[in-house]
Design a protein around this ligand. Structure first.
Ligand code: X6L
Ligand code: MG
Ligand code: MG
Length: 162
């Protein structure tokens, strides 16, 4: 069994409902056990600025799925939620990213672990730090990395009622 952390985001439609359905679907994956769910954070958009604000959360799972299988399950859940991939970095009903998978470091087509830009993005690290305050990246604690990121506009808006 491996501990993995996932980042979920939504900025279209009923954002909370998409996140809630995604957490439920992930918890039902074979050999996968939901361990923790962060608060919901409303976050300003990164990358493509002219789009609605996101709701972002992080979750902890313990899983027997291999990383590639976990990724294809996550993409399947995105697809079933109605996600269309048109505009790169554009608005989406649901995005599920694998942040870490145990201590694994890999770089292959479609899957780089740990997620390459996670330590630069407060919309990822703020919810992650809430549920994994003892994580380290390259010997630096998540709280130390967080303290150097811009958290302007990031708002804790409470928990999902699961
Ligand atoms: C320069 C150029 C600096 C591009 C940053 C950052 C691009 C993040 C894409 C970037 C750049 C991304 C979310 C989001 C996206 C999300 C919030 C991305 C992919 N996803 N903003 N922007 N939450 N708040 O989940 O992460 S698009
Ligand atoms: Mg993403
Ligand atoms: Mg993604």
């Amino acid at each position: 069994m491996v501990r993995a952390y996932l980042s979920l985001g939504s900025n279209l439609g009923n954002r909370k409902t998409y996140l809630k359905q995604a957490v439920k679907a992930i918890s039902l994956l074979s050999g996968t056990f939901l361990q923790n769910v962060s608060s919901i954070y409303e976050t300003p958009p990164w990358g493509l600025l002219e789009q609605p604000a996101f709701l972002n959360i992080c979750i902890a799972i313990d899983t027997n799925l291999e990383p590639a299988a976990l990724l294809s399950c996550c993409l399947g859940i995105e697809k079933k939620s109605g996600r269309k991939r048109d505009i790169h970095w554009g608005p989406r009903v649901l995005d599920i990213d694998i942040l870490t998978y145990g201590d694994l470091k890999i770089n292959e087509r479609g899957l780089t672990l740990p997620h390459p830009f996670m330590t630069e993005r407060a919309f990822v690290l703020k919810p992650l730090a809430e549920i994994a305050p003892t994580l380290f990246f390259n010997s630096v604690s998540i709280n130390e990395i967080m303290s150097k990121l811009d958290i302007v506009g990031i708002l804790n808006v409470g928990k999902l009622d699961l």
